[in-house]
Structures are given as C-alpha cells and as structure tokens.
Write a protein that binds this ligand. Sequence first.
Ligand SMILES: [Fe+2]
Length: 297
Amino acid sequence: MAVKPAVYGQSDRPPRGDYSRGGEVNADYTCAQNYAAYTAADHDTYRRLYERQSALLPDRACGEFINALPKLGASDEIPRFEAINERLFKAAGWQLTGVPGLIPELPFFTLLSNRKFPVTDWIRSPAELDYIVEPDIFHDLFGHVPLLFDPGYADHIQAYGQGAVKAHALERGSTPLRGAVEMISRLYWYTIEFGLMQQSKDSSQIRAFGAGILSSPGELVYSVQNAPHRSPLRSVPDLLRCMSSHYKIDSYQQQYFVIDSFEALMTLTEPDFTPFYQALAGTIRSACRTPEFDHGD
Ligand SMILES: [Fe+2]
C-alpha cells in the first residue's frame, strides 16, 4: 500500500525518499532494503564516510561506541540489514528495519518500543559528503546501530520508545497533556542524537554518544572540543531543563547535555514522566518536533 510521507517541523519541504515504491512500503512505514539498487558510487560514498568518521573517533567518541563499532560489519560497502540483524538479535534482541526516509512520530516510537530500529535505506550523493539535512543510511547505521549491540543501552532505547508512545496517548487523552511528545522528543534529541558523556571524573574527558554527533565530522570535533555551552544531565532539575530546551535542526547545537554514564541516564529517566509533563505544561511553545533528524555536519 502507498503511505503518506511525514512532514516535520515547520518545513513545507516534503521529506526525501520514495514512499511509494510501487506499493512496497508497509502501513507502518517499513520496507525491505533494496540492496540491488545501490550503485558502485553509493558503496563508495559509504566507504568514504565510514573511513573519515572512524578516523575522528579516538578521544572524541565514548569508549562504548568505539568498542561496538566493529560489530556493524563491513566498512567498505553498504552493509545488508539482514546480516547485521543476525548478530544484533543475538546480542540484544533488536532488529533493523528499512524505512524510505523520515517517518511520523507514532510509527517511529512504536517501532522502538518493539525493539525495531528504522533505518533509512538510501544514501546521500557524493556531493553531500559534508552535509545532509535528513538522516540517510550512513547516519542511521554508523550513528545509531553500534550502541544497539549494548544490551543496556538497547533497553534504554526501547524504554524511550514506550515512554514516547505513552506521551503520544497522554497528549490525545480525555484531558490532553499538551506538549508531552515535544518534551520527550527533546530528551531524545539531546541524548540519543546529540548526547555527550563524561567518561571519568576528569572534566576534560568529554566524549560523544549521540548519533547526530557521531555521524558528523564537524560536530564531533565541535561538541567535544569547542562547544561553549555544556550542561550536566544528572538530576531531575537537569532533566526538566533538557525537556524545556529548544533545539536546532540545521546548525550545530547551541547547548549540549552531558551524562555521567548510560546507567545513570537510565536511572534518571526511569520514573513516570507524567508529573514532569504536568510541571512543564504551559512552557511549551510551537517548535520543530522531530524525533529522528540528522543535521549532518
Ligand atoms: Fe538519528
């Protein structure tokens, strides 16, 4: 069946990607990876992106990511989702599923809650090596998938999906909790996409774990070495500040949030968010709501 593409944020620009595919996109926006469609130039683009980005990781990416990256498999060509899935399911009970591009919030959150990670199956053009607005296969695979092999972090992503599905329901309930999805989307943005971690008590040991940073050469260097505004994310007041913070989708972030460890993030975000939404209700203004969006470099 044909599905309607998502329209995100305040942009009228339709999302990139073929959402029709002759009716081969499912109602939940998933689709098969069309591996035969990749050209030699596509594979070469992936190889070049992988090579450049992996060279930047030492002293900038968190140790958990560096250790997990080889589990992604081939670096000289676009990997097959089914090959990654064999290893990923054994390691953490997760599966990748192809999607034609950005998908709407509820199907996105629902997939996460079911331990399925949506991966855009097209790759940017060679002219977009340094900058792409929307997530492509390189962002989704390189940025997100290695840490899904970490069972604890993988559990956190599922819990996030479940929390976001609940936020979606609260926003549409009999007494709507306005802004709940926006608030939890901001948490996604500032952690899963653009999160930093302090890897030791030495404050110079700031490392990236967010996929938007890890897949972007410029922002990886900027966020770890030069960013002027980095705030801790270790207490409930920090969490409320994070969920109150607007974010940018088309430039480097104006602020970053720094966690102490994945375990600390999971403990902090474990409680029911409903009281947090209630506390922050009224502070939400119209803003981009984009649960899955890479701003590239
Ligand atoms: Fe992403």
